[in-house]
Design a protein around this ligand. Structure first.
Ligand SMILES: [Zn+2]
Length: 71
């Protein structure tokens, strides 16, 4: 008897896509680099952040309320 329900397999051999290279990465405590597939991918990704390869657009909305506006 085997149950293949969505919750039947608790964190065993779960695979995710490595955010860096797209390879299947083991998502379990056995993989210290998760969700990356390897240390290299993790470091590459962190390096990319550090060098600004990823830019998070920061939009600061600093509009003060305008009391003069009267429609
Ligand atoms: Zn990878």
């Amino acid at each position: 008897m085997s149950r293949d329900g969505p919750t039947g397999d608790k964190g065993r051999g779960r695979r995710v896509k490595c955010p860096n290279c797209g390879s299947p990465a083991l998502y379990s405590p056995e993989n210290p680099w998760r969700p990356f597939c390897s240390e290299r991918c993790k470091l590459v990704d962190l390096g990319a952040w550090a060098t600004g390869a990823y830019r998070i657009p920061v939009e600061e909305e600093d509009h003060g309320f305008d009391p003069d506006r009267d429609d």
